[in-house]
Design a protein around this ligand. Sequence first.
Ligand SMILES: [Zn+2]
Ligand SMILES: [Zn+2]
Length: 121
Amino acid sequence: MCNCAQLDTIVNGDDEKHPLGELEELEWAPEKWATLNRCPDCGQLWHIDIAKANDIGLCIKLKNEFEWARLDVTQVRVQMMVNNHGGLSFDTCRWKKCRKNCVKGLAFCPEHAYFEMDIKA
Ligand SMILES: [Zn+2]
Ligand SMILES: [Zn+2]
């Protein structure tokens, strides 16, 4: 039996519990560096990032193939970084003219921290 049901919606590819291995690859999207996979046991669809050198290969549960087409993995990564820091604070981002709330413990909002300050985790 597979362990899809026990896994979180988002699993890091370097986590020991990742669902890779038994999955059947349905599609490969070179522009996204990702594959769409299906579990032969339960039919669960998974987005799987093909990990590059320093990148985490994310495995993300999908409800259907439309969700795969729409999935913005960058936004998922930004959200994961925010979650790693414990969410947002009430401070205002220090980036010029930015009025968004900061990520906890940082002086910048999620987008500026991630894209400009290169805080990826
Ligand atoms: Zn499964
Ligand atoms: Zn900002």
